[in-house]
Ligand binder design. Structure first.
Ligand code: NAD
Ligand code: DAU
Length: 340
């Protein structure tokens, strides 16, 4: 199989490339990534030495560059991970999210349609469903839950999902979509909550918890998400959406306290700051369909996954210290400077 993995230098995309090299060493993987602030070749270091892996720097919204790549290569699967992925940044600059997440997806869909690519897989998010109330733990998102996006990020991902499904219905493009809950694990960019809290706690800096810390997310170890994407891209039914989740709902405060315990740091580091505008209260995923049809289940217990993740950050200080010394520092000042 020849895979096109867009966004393969980012958090989940890089984990997916490493995953494919383990599960399918005979497959070829072409990574297309623009290397924005969130992407780095460091995330692919070993993989890039493998002759089965090719890296191409390019923008999924650049029609000419994408056409040129599809003229050079014949792909069996396109797995589209490339996106602007951080909700807080989408509140600062929605336009960039529409360009990459919506128009970029359309450019890839057109290229796959013209080339007759046998499978287009869109990596989407549970955020397209909006949120659930905190006092109704019985409610979960199913694939039938109406789209009800809250942030410019989730609105852009919902738009892309609709385009993917429309290309399936209108043009017969064999496309699938996965909508996954919050991932954590190695290579997670330290603007996202879990790595932000780990790296700041290690430096004894205040941990900015939005609002009261009572919002709930369903955390899934990234390796489990990668296995779900591979299963759906290979065996999922075209035109179908599959929810992916960890059956592991936690309040943010619970997660932050667990991180502090793992690191042996005091809870006095927690600092409550102004809430995120439009902050989704709770995500709760029902992953029954992917279990029933493809036999996928989350395998990693949160306590084990979080311990491994904390260890990874302890053992890869150079990776995140390099990030924290760059452009990211001015972002942190802009985003959190007057929030306390
Ligand atoms: P990330 O921000 O860590 O990585 C995104 C990658 O895409 C980076 O390598 C970046 O350079 C690349 N990219 C951005 N714009 C591009 C463009 N125009 N052209 C080519 N490459 C571009 O994101 P992530 O957390 O790894 O998320 C990957 C995908 O999974 C996204 O589509 C996201 O919506 C989805 N998702 C993420 C989570 C999560 O918890 N992180 C959960 C569910 C779904
Ligand atoms: O649910 C899937 C989504 O999960 C993905 O589609 C997104 O790409 C990914 O970024 C993630 O979105 P969230 O907004 O849930 O993740 P984030 O890590 O930004 O925040 C997790 C929770 O922690 C959320 O309730 C906001 C809160 N938070 C976040 C940050 C960055 C804080 O309390 N403090 C912070 O500094």
């Amino acid at each position: 199989m020849n895979w096109l993995v867009t966004g393969g230098a980012g958090f989940i995309g890089a984990n997916f490339v490493h995953h494919l090299r383990r599960t399918s060493p005979g497959d070829r993987v072409v990574v297309l990534d623009a290397l924005t602030y969130a992407g780095s070749l460091e995330n692919l270091a070993d993989a890039l030495r493998d002759p089965h892996v090719r890296f191409v720097r390019g923008d999924i919204a650049d029609r000419a560059a994408v056409s040129a790549l599809f003229a050079e290569e014949t792909f069996d699967v396109v797995a589209n991970f490339a996106a602007e992925s951080h909700v807080d940044r989408s509140i600062e600059d929605p336009g960039l999210f529409l360009r990459t997440n919506v128009l970029g997806t359309q450019v890839l869909l057109d290229a796959a349609r013209r080339a007759g690519t046998p499978r287009f897989h869109q990596v989407s998010t549970d955020e397209v469903y909006g949120d659930l109330p905190l006092d109704r733990p019985d409610l979960l998102f199913t694939e039938e839950t109406p789209l009800h996006a809250s942030s410019p990020y989730s609105a852009s991902k919902a738009s892309a999902d609709l385009l993917v499904l429309a290309y399936h219905r209108t043009y017969g493009l064999p496309a699938t979509v996965t909508r996954c809950s919050n991932n954590y694990g190695p290579y997670h960019f330290p603007e996202k909550m879990i790595p932000l809290m780990i790296t700041r706690a290690l430096a004894d800096q205040p941990l900015p918890v939005y609002g009261k810390g009572e919002n709930v997310r369903d955390w899934l170890f990234v390796a489990d998400h990668c296995a779900a994407v591979e299963a759906v891209a290979r065996r999922g039914r075209p035109g179908e959406v599959y929810n992916v989740g960890g059956r592991n709902e936690r309040t943010n405060l619970d997660v932050v306290r667990t991180v502090l315990r793992e690191l042996g740091k005091p809870e006095s580091l927690i600092s409550y700051v102004k809430d995120r505008p439009g902050h989704d209260l709770r995500y709760g995923i029902d992953p029954a369909k992917i279990g029933r049809e493809l036999g996928w289940e989350p395998k990693t217990r949160f306590e084990d996954g979080l311990r491994d993740t904390v260890r990874w950050y302890l053992e890869h200080r150079g990776w995140w210290e390099h990030i924290l010394s760059g452009e990211y520092r001015s972002y942190y000042e802009r985003m959190y400077g007057d929030r306390g």
